[in-house]
Write a protein that binds this ligand. Structure first.
Ligand code: BG6
Length: 491
């Protein structure tokens, strides 16, 4: 029997960007689900902050509509209790007005956990933190959560960290990477460290290479302004993909304590082999989608049309080969791949084991596939181990590859919590294990910066790929010229 999670201590959660995209798509539905699970204490409040003037009633009506649009298990009694927790305060950060209203609503609640969530453009991280300090809104029980992007390069990230760090202590800062809240990502740690089976094989003696893919079918949607200044390397690789790489590659931490895990992840990031300009040209591919077809066959526009620009060098696709220079991983390539408007929405980690040293099955010569462990983050979360077995029946020792399949939806008949539900709960409990520490963020940038610099110097534009495909052919060449192929789920 698993222990039922307990509600957190009482809190005031102050969400800057309370009417924004993340608030309505992720934060409100996640908080509603925590309410449904009985995980929100009786007197806890959620205070949405944004620029536009709204009353509590207006905000509650807006939130209700958004929650109903995003959840499939709405319970009206729970929803109306949840809505009563919502309050709305108008603050204009640029004009530095409205802070008194926030002071007023928080007054007298200094003893409860005060959690600030900055779901706003990073340009506002500094001004908001400074203003919270000036208005004496930071209590010993305060913490702050920030969303990526944290900077656009190593030096700008250091500046953001510096500014926030001048107001909050590191143990109060929660840098969220929602990939770490995904159920299968945590399962990766369970798989590695709660089973004796894998760890002895988890190294260059048995593993040929590793693939990490985060493929999306959507385009840039309503985020053209942000996306065109970021691109896929900053938007996905610097954080989500490198975090996954860390969890796959790290040494067993001493415990699940935040700093034990984060120390091990940091060692991986520091061991990433830096890319010099020729390696960037050889080991990275960037692409940009052109008009094509969506997965259901409908026509979709190209990137330039989506962002309404005549020209742009921004990449919507990246493939890269990373190498980790340490004893465990020397010689094992990590192929990373992410992109928008690809053929399917799939995020997965593939551990490709080495070929057999010798086969005794002459009839199956050349047909014995090396084992593969596929860890699927989405959709259909689960873990599959591809193994060889004998084809049943007569006909000699004919071998066949089959999956040992553990699709979580089938194995566990429970609703999978969204990453934000888990991470909001951890933050409110003060558990930083699944949040990034300052040095991790900066070490990740240290590997990314030379790639960005070389791309900026290189005059060739990103390679075009047709929407609905698997990206530019150069991404296929990147792996195939080394005698390997991107994993396709054919079993
Ligand atoms: C976000 C990126 O961090 O992750 C988006 O900014 C991307 O561009 C999203 O679409 C992908 O998240 P998920 O959970 O849908 O894989």
């Amino acid at each position: 029997m698993s222990a039922r999670p307990e509600p957190t201590e009482c809190f005031d959660l102050v969400v800057f960007g309370g009417t924004g995209d993340l608030a309505h798509r992720k934060l409100l539905p996640a908080l509603y689900h925590r309410e449904l699970g009985g995980l929100i204490p009786e007197h806890a409040r959620i205070i949405a902050v944004s620029r536009r003037p709204l009353s509590d009633a207006d905000y509650r009506a807006w939130a209700q509509e958004k929650i109903l649009a995003h959840v499939t298990d709405a319970c009206h009694k729970v929803l109306s209790r949840f809505l009563q927790r919502l309050h709305y305060i108008s603050v204009n950060v640029s004009e530095d007005t409205g802070w008194q209203s926030l002071e007023q609503i928080l007054k007298g609640r200094e003893d409860v956990c005060r959690a600030f969530y900055l779901s706003v453009s990073p340009d506002f991280f500094g001004p908001i933190c400074q203003a919270l300090g000036t208005h004496n809104l930071i209590t010993p029980k305060s913490r702050v959560t920030i969303e990526k992007p944290i900077g656009k390069s190593g030096s700008t990230a250091a500046h953001v960290n510096e500014t926030i760090g001048s107001v909050f202590k590191e143990e109060q800062i929660f840098r969220i990477d929602h990939y770490l809240g995904k159920e299968t990502v945590q399962n990766l740690m369970a798989l590695r460290f709660a089973n004796v089976l894998f760890e002895p094989l988890w190294n260059s003696s048995y593993i040929d290479h590793i693939q990490i893919t985060a493929a999306e079918t959507l385009g840039v949607e309503s985020r053209a302004g942000y996306y065109d200044t970021a691109g896929a390397l900053r938007d996905m690789v610097q954080n989500h993909l490198l975090q996954l790489l860390c969890l796959v590659a790290m040494e067993p931490p001493e415990s699940m304590a935040a700093d034990s895990v984060r120390d091990e992840k940091l060692k991986v990031l520091k061991a990433l082999k830096p890319m010099d300009p020729p390696s960037v040209m050889r080991n990275t591919v960037r692409g940009q989608y052109r008009a094509g077809a969506s997965s259901d066959g409908g026509a979709v526009s190209g990137y330039l049309e989506d962002v309404q620009l005549q020209a742009s060098q921004t990449e919507t696709f990246v493939a890269a080969k990373a190498e980790i220079a340490n004893w465990r991983w020397a010689g094992v390539p990590f192929y990373l791949r992410t992109g928008k408007r690809l053929a399917e929405r799939i995020s997965e980690i593939v551990i490709q084991f080495r070929e057999l040293p010798h086969s005794i099955f002459k009839e199956s010569a050349g047909r014995i596939a090396a084992n593969k462990l596929v860890i699927r983050l989405q959709p259909d979360e689960g873990v599959k181990m591809q193994v060889m077995i004998k084809d049943p029946g007569p006909g000699g020792m004919r071998l066949r590859e089959v999956p040992l399949d553990m699709t979580f939806a089938e194995a566990f008949q429970v609703r999978h919590a969204d990453a934000y539900e888990r991470l909001l709960g951890d933050m409110l409990r003060g558990n930083q294990t699944l949040f990034m520490r300052r040095d991790e963020v900066e070490a990740a940038w240290a590997w990314i910066d030379p790639i960005l610099e070389q791309w900026a110097k290189d005059r060739t534009p990103p390679k075009g790929y047709t929407a609905g495909t698997w990206g530019p052919s150069a991404a296929i060449a990147l792996i195939e010229r080394e005698g390997r192929t991107w994993h396709e789920d054919t079993l």
